[in-house]
Write a protein that binds this ligand. Structure first.
Ligand code: PXG
Length: 478
């Protein structure tokens, strides 16, 4: 397989790839003109946690593709599962009272690895589509219970729930809302549980660990209180559901205070509001648990998943449907007028089965929980001493460090300086893929990463922070 890809890369030069790319390919979330001018980086091959570009440079992929390649690149089990299924039955739908063995078996296995309230699944092709299904399903649920006015869904600013009309509306990205008249009606947002930005306040000196924990815990309750205030403002009889990522991924790996989710659960219970956990990033071991809701101790009614379900080898998403909703949809629902051509795609489901069995066989969730997660947390904690770093946070195998101008006060650099992008540029040039969300640098490496590879990644991160610091000093920005 790799030999074929290698030879494909060798057939055309990087320049040639870039010219064809610029001429025909509109990339997602991209300034087309500026990329056409600059030229794409063409990735041609992957193995384990590493990628290679069309110039032969080796890169440590600390973002798992896009938060998805949990079992790493080049896993024969997944490739063989796809080949077998394509040979036997590449496609059949699940619409007209039909099903395929991989879709049935995957539904069964997902029910086993999910929290016990989940015995049913609805498949989609992506996380965005999964969240479209969430919107359709929660509104259908309340319709069936004779409360159609209960239709408002509450989400959070700086959340990411996808890029379809419903996904982008549920998300809280202002840049996305600014294009195309979003959000769609019936979706509203509260503030995010981001302690460093909203709860810490300016401090003359660093907080002691005990004072910081107390401050975080108090802020968690405050942030959950914003949900209650919003429910009361709208009227509980109009609120259908609350949706959140256990840890906000694209928003910058924002790990909520421990008090946040249990309090959100109490508030949803108090007002009968459905609770939806978007597990597209947090699911399938990322947090050291099968699902992020288990890490944070809450019990959602719906869980959206995608990405890690197939480790990104083929597209698949869906929604785990809790018994509270499933019972109503099944027993009183009649036909649910919703579905996608690729709902339960047999090849995607076969790959997901192989992927989940691999995660089980290699004990990857336990490994993140007991070994590599705590190891990464300790290595990241040491980065907090760097002069540019104001905060570090990690949860399982995702982590963030916040670049600040002034450590004690946490004061940021002028956003126009784009220090995060500067640091990201050094990462790229040094053979490391690390993302910048503003001035917050984030990673989510494949779950197969070893301790030695974590050391290698941390050395690269430290090197890139040093290069960024040198730039900042040279330009007199400190
Ligand atoms: N929910 C969450 C929590 C996600 O992170 C989606 C839904 C949408 O999934 P699809 O499969 O439709 O893309 C996502 C996707 C980034 C980035 O910049 C993150 C995502 C997608 C693209 C970019 O970190 N997450």
């Amino acid at each position: 397989m790799n030999a074929i890809l290698k030879s494909a890369a060798a057939v055309r030069s990087t320049q040639d790839w870039q010219a064809a790319d610029a001429a025909h390919y509109l990339h997602p979330f991209t300034d087309f003109k500026s990329l056409a001018h600059k030229g794409s980086r063409v990735i041609t091959r992957g193995d384990n946690i590493y990628l290679w570009d069309s110039d032969g440079h080796k890169i440590l992929d600390a973002m798992s593709g896009l938060w998805c390649v949990n079992v790493g690149y080049g896993r024969t089990e997944l490739i063989e599962a796809a080949t077998r299924q394509m040979t036997e039955l590449p496609f059949y739908n699940s619409f007209f009272q039909t099903a395929t063995p991989p879709a049935i078996e995957l539904a069964e296995l997902l029910a086993q690895v999910s929290p016990p309230q989940f015995q049913h699944v609805f498949f989609s092709g992506s996380g965005s589509e999964g969240n479209d299904t969430v919107v359709r399903m929660v509104r259908r649920y309340w319709d069936l219970l004779g409360q159609p006015e209960r239709s408002v869904i509450i989400s959070r600013h700086n959340a990411y729930h996808g890029s379809t009309m419903a996904g982008a509306s549920l998300g809280g990205m202002s840049g996305m809302h600014a294009q195309g008249g979003l959000p769609i009606p019936g979706i509203t947002h509260i503030e995010q549980p981001f302690w460093f930005e909203l709860g810490r306040g300016a401090q003359p000196a660093p907080l002691s660990p005990a004072a910081e924990k107390a401050s975080r815990d108090a802020f968690g309750l405050t942030a959950a209180g914003w949900l209650e205030a919003k429910i009361l403002e709208i009227g509980a009889d109009k609120v259908a559901a609350f949706i959140g990522e256990p840890v906000q991924g694209a928003g910058g790996v924002i790990v909520p205070p421990e008090t946040y989710w249990p309090e959100v659960q109490c508030i949803c219970d108090k007002y009968g509001v459905l609770l939806v956990s978007d597990e597209v990033i947090c699911g399938f071991g990322r947090t050291g648990h099968w699902f992020g809701c288990e890490r944070f101790g809450f019990k959602p009614d719906l869980m959206t998943f995608a990405k890690g379900v197939t480790s990104g080898y083929v597209p698949l998403g869906g929604v785990m449907v809790g018994e509270r909703i499933a019972k109503v949809l099944i027993e009183q629902g009649g036909e649910f007028n919703h579905g996608y051509t690729y709902s339960g795609h047999p090849v995607a489901c076969a790959v997901a089965l192989a992927n989940i069995r691999l995660i089980q066989r290699e004990g990857l969730v336990e490994r993140v929980h007991d070994d590599t997660g705590p190891y990464l947390a300790a290595q990241f904690a040491a980065l907090a001493e760097h002069p540019l770093v104001g905060e570090v946070q990690s949860c399982g195998l995702m982590a963030a460090l916040q670049i600040v101008k002034d450590k004690p006060s946490g004061r940021p650099f002028d956003s126009a300086l784009e220090i995060g992008m500067l640091c990201r540029g050094h990462c790229f040039a040094s053979g490391l893929i690390m993302r910048a969300v503003g001035d917050r640098m984030i990673i989510a490496p494949p779950l197969v990463i070893t301790r030695a590879q974590i050391d290698e990644m941390i050395t690269l991160i430290r090197h890139c922070l040093d290069l960024t610091l040198a730039d900042v000093r040279r330009n007199g920005w400190l």
